[in-house]
Write a protein that binds this ligand. Structure first.
Ligand code: FMN
Length: 192
C-alpha cells in the first residue's frame, strides 16, 4: 500500500482502465453488484474537507495521502444478488428470499475481489494505491454524493503516482510492520 502520492493528474482513460479491471473480477451468479464513485479535483478535495476538520488535517499522519489525485469510492448492491438468486436457475438455493438467507455475504466478497483486481492493475502500471476504510461522517458523505440508500459502503481506493521522496510511499503503516504469515502458517492439511 502507498500512502504518499504526487499530485500529478491521472487521465480519465487510465481511471476507466482501473475500473474496467474491477469489472473483470468474478462474482456470485455473475450478479456484479459493484458501483464506484470517482472523485477527482474539487470533489476529491471536498471529501477530505468533510472527513478531516482543519485542526485534524494539519496533524493527519498521512499528509502524502491527501495528495492522491483519484479517490474511488467502492459500493456494493446486495439487492442485485437477491434478485439474481431469485431467477429460475438459482431458485433452488432460496437465496432469492432475502439477504438474511446468505451465510456468506457474497456482495462483500465480490467487492473485495474487484478491489484486488484494481490494486493489481494499478501496481502493474507502476502506480501506487491505498485501500482504506470509508471515513466518517459516512452518512453525510453518502448523502452529499447521492449514493442510493440500499448500497453498502466497502471503502476507498486512493491511487496515483507514488511520491518517491516519501518513506510513506511503501509499506509504511504500523500494521505493515507485522510479519507476513506464510503458507505454512495458514495451511491445515486434511483437517484443522
Ligand atoms: C480491508 C482493509 C482495510 C484497510 N484499511 C486501512 C486504513 O483504513 N488505513 C490504512 O492506512 N491502511 C488500511 N489498509 C492497509 C493495510 O494496513 C495494509 O494492507 C497492511 O498493513 C499490509 O501492508 P501492505 O499492503 O503494504 O503489504 C487496509 C487494508 C485492507 C485490506
Amino acid at each position: 500500500m502507498c500512502r504518499a502520492f504526487l499530485p500529478t493528474d491521472i487521465s480519465d482513460e487510465l481511471i476507466d482502465g482501473v475500473i474496467d479491471a474491477a469489472t473483470q473480477a468474478p462474482s456470485a451468479g455473475h450478479a456484479q453488484g459493484l458501483h464506484v464513485v470517482v472523485l477527482v479535483d474539487e470533489a476529491r478535495e471536498k471529501l477530505w474537507g468533510r472527513s478531516l476538520a482543519p485542526a485534524r488535517r494539519s496533524t493527519f499522519r498521512w499528509q502524502g495521502l491527501l495528495q492522491a489525485p483519484v479517490l474511488l469510492l467502492i459500493f456494493t448492491d446486495p439487492s442485485s444478488y437477491v434478485a439474481r438468486y431469485a431467477e429460475a436457475d438459482k431458485q433452488h438455493t432460496d437465496l432469492g428470499e432475502g439477504t438474511q438467507r446468505w451465510t456468506t455475504p457474497f456482495w462483500t466478497v465480490d467487492a473485495g475481489m474487484a478491489v484486488m483486481s484494481m490494486l493489481l492493475h494499478i501496481e502493474s502500471l507502476d502506480l501506487g494505491a491505498l485501500f482504506f476504510a470509508f471515513p466518517e461522517p459516512i452518512a453525510e458523505i453518502r448523502a452529499a454524493l447521492g449514493v442510493p440508500e440500499h448500497l453498502e459502503t466497502i471503502g476507498i481506493v486512493a491511487f496515483g503516482h507514488p511520491d518517491p521522496a516519501s518513506p510513506d510511499a511503501r509499506a509504511a503503516g504500523r500494521s505493515a510492520q507485522r510479519p507476513r504469515r506464510g503458507a505454512s502458517d495458514v495451511i491445515h492439511r486434511g483437517a484443522w
